[in-house]
Write a protein that binds this ligand. Structure first.
Ligand code: COA
Length: 259
């Protein structure tokens, strides 16, 4: 399969870009399948958290397939088909947390995918970069937009303008990733984050992610009001709030239903 997908009993989905012989570069088939997978993640209430990774030991994703996708002619009208093949880096809204397990090269479209995730773990040999300018294009799918929002200006510009690769230490120091772990511990570490999230009330988790991401574009006053409305909505309507309270009082683990 171009994209492997698995969902376990804890509600943790694992999405694996599966094209290791091309360093998990994305051609149109892989983009289409990845898009379908993201929509399944969004629409399946059983999914509470997602881990995204790449097949093999060498690459998370080496970006768009330079041979098959880059430089292809498109009709001008397609510029306004801005949500074609919806992807999280293209702005597809998925409020379930996404954890990146970066198992190697994270370049171009791999990097823009990373920038659209929430928590990121990487192996020591991972390399990060947006080499698009070396090929006459720019880091699309939010590359130029999210980079400056997530990194200090000078570091974002270093990546965007040189197109050079940086290592895991650089990425950790820059705050681009949360943790560097040996390859043998990568998936277990990502899973620990996922399990911790999946234990929480699903609607509260999604509300927290949505409010935090929207905060970048909202004024503090508007964001605080959105937060207040959302909390009121949850407290009044979500049965999980009662379950969380009862479980605390009864000194047991809550059993959240996402309702
Ligand atoms: N598109 C298409 N094919 C790609 C690819 C990409 N983005 N990245 C890697 N590949 C292919 C290589 O062409 C090669 O195929 P081949 O065996 O048919 O020649 C195979 O994957 C293995 O890659 P290779 O370049 O031999 O590995 P390497 O270890 O020598 O170099 C990289 C690894 C990541 C430095 C190098 O592959 C690279 O620069 N890739 C392009 C990354 C990029 O520019 N991405 C942004 C695209 S806009």
């Amino acid at each position: 399969m171009p994209i492997d997908y698995a969902l376990d009993e804890a509600g943790i989905a694992t999405v694996t870009i599966n094209r290791p012989d091309r360093l998990n570069a994305l051609d149109s088939e892989h983009y289409a399948e990845l898009s379908r997978t993201w929509m399944e993640v969004r629409d399946d209430p059983a999914v509470r958290c997602v881990i995204v990774t790449g097949a093999g030991e060498k690459a998370f994703c080496a970006g768009a397939d330079i041979k098959a996708v880059v430089g292809q002619k498109v009709e001008l009208w397609e510029v306004w088909r801005s949500q074609q093949t919806p992807l999280i880096n293209r702005g597809l809204e998925i409020w379930k947390p996404v954890i990146a397990a970066v198992n190697g090269y994270c370049l171009g479209g791999g990097m823009t995918l990373l920038l659209a995730t929430d928590i990121r773990v990487a192996v020591p040999h991972a390399e990060f970069g947006v080499p698009e300018v070396k090929r006459g294009i720019i880091a699309g799918l939010g590359g130029t937009q999210r980079m400056v929002r997530q990194l200090p200006h000078a570091l974002a510009m270093e990546l965007l303008l040189t197109g050079d690769r940086v290592d895991s230490d650089w990425a950790l120091r820059a705050g681009l990733i949360n943790k560097v772990v040996p390859a043998s511990e990568l998936m277990a570490t990502a899973r620990r984050y996922a399990e911790s999230i999946a234990r929480n009330a699903p609607l509260a988790v999604q509300a927290a992610k949505e409010l935090a991401l929207r905060a970048r574009d909202a004024s503090l006053a508007d964001g605080m009001r959105m937060e207040q409305f959302t909390n009121t909505l949850l407290e009044q309507l979500s049965t999980d709030v009662q379950e969380g309270r009862t479980a605390f009082i009864e000194k047991r683990k809550p059993s959240f239903q996402g309702r």
